[in-house]
Design a protein around this ligand. Structure first.
Ligand code: FAD
Length: 306
């Protein structure tokens, strides 16, 4: 909670982001500040048999020009993916494109990105943000989906509503659906507490996605986790139910459990790694630190210096 609150505090951000040790540590989870660095990282992963999803880092846009700049950065990423021939799609955050500020502008920005991706034969995933933005994000996804096949959504298992959302999305013909536990701290009135129960809920969502009717409808699940219990459950399930290896994929974050990433790819599983990049790396980095108590010690040692 301390790290999550530091992730949104501007004064701490100004201070911590200027500490060289913090920048150095962040490089474990962030590919770099430029599109070139992100492409280079994607290429290195591709060489290991791992696909990528580029994410241009940014938080909620405070004005329209910021939202349009993020749109342009995503379009540049799509162009670089195509020209450099790397195996990668992109993952966008809607608040970065104006959701909550100007929803019409956000739709316009998201649609430009999705149309550009379609012209290049690529896919765009929408990240799931805090529950206060979720309904608006889902509505926007549905509007895009009416006109475009190449857009995917993310669902967080920690939210009470997710089981019913996933059932509805399957009926509506969702194609690309990413399932994750959820990183944002939520009120107990809308979400399960972190821990075993969220893992169980994630498995319930995965089960729904793997049902034969779901697969017949063209659902392509992405199981976004580093949790061995979930990964091994999926491996067993797909083995016993003869789900083909190309009917789903695992997804992981850049820098998290690299050993497991290599292992899954070596075993022939489809694996995509989410690659964040950009100058606004600090909030994302703090969220990654917050996920693992051991990281806090690592962080304090780096701040204390040599
Ligand atoms: P955990 O139980 O948290 O982790 C399992 C194991 O992984 C841990 O025991 C540890 O060994 C390792 N591990 C996990 N995190 C770290 C870390 N930071 N540093 C070191 N080791 C670690 N969340 C959202 O709310 N919205 C999104 O749109 C979203 N998109 C995502 C996209 C992808 C591709 C991935 C992989 C995750 C995404 N997440 C998103 C984050 C997700 O919700 C979880 O917070 C995160 O994946 C940790 O949960 P876990 O399932 O890996 O399980």
């Amino acid at each position: 909670r301390l790290l999550l609150s530091l992730s949104c505090n501007q004064r701490w951000q100004n201070y911590l982001a200027s500490v060289p040790a913090v920048w150095y540590m962040s490089r474990r989870f962030i590919a770099g500040e430029t599109t070139e660095e992100a492409i280079k990282t994607a290429r290195l992963l591709n060489e290991l048999g791992i696909m990528a999803s580029l994410h241009y880092l940014g938080e909620e846009a405070a004005e329209g020009t910021e939202a349009r700049a993020s749109r342009d950065a995503y379009i540049a990423a799509l162009d670089a993916i195509a020209s450099e021939r790397v195996e990668s799609n992109i993952s966008i955050r809607l608040t970065q494109l104006g959701l909550g500020l100007d929803d019409a502008l956000c739709y316009e920005n998201a649609e430009s990105i999705v149309e550009h991706a379609a012209a290049l034969g690529n896919v765009v995933y929408i990240d799931a943000e805090g529950s206060m933005h979720y309904q608006a994000a889902l509505d926007l996804y549905r509007r895009l989906r009416e006109r475009h096949d190449n857009v995917g959504m993310t669902v967080q298992a920690q939210l009470f509503r997710s089981q019913s959302d996933v059932e509805t999305l399957i009926k509506e013909g969702v194609a690309h659906l990413r399932l994750c536990k959820g990183i944002y701290p939520e009120s107990p009135s809308v979400a399960y507490p972190a821990g075993e129960i969220v893992r169980e809920k994630l498995l319930d969502l995965v089960r729904a996605m793997f049902r034969p009717e779901s697969r017949q409808r063209g659902v392509y699940p992405a199981v976004a986790t580093h949790d061995d219990l979930v990964i091994n459950w999926v491996r067993r399930y797909t083995y016993y139910h003869r789900v083909p290896a190309d009917a789903y994929e695992f997804q992981m974050l850049y820098g998290v459990r690299r050993d497991r990433q290599r292992w899954l790819a070596d075993q022939g599983y489809r694996l995509r790694v989410y690659i964040p990049y950009g100058t606004n790396w600090y909030p994302y980095f703090m969220r990654r630190l917050a996920e693992r108590p051991a990281n806090l010690l690592f962080f304090i040692r780096a701040l204390a210096g040599p």
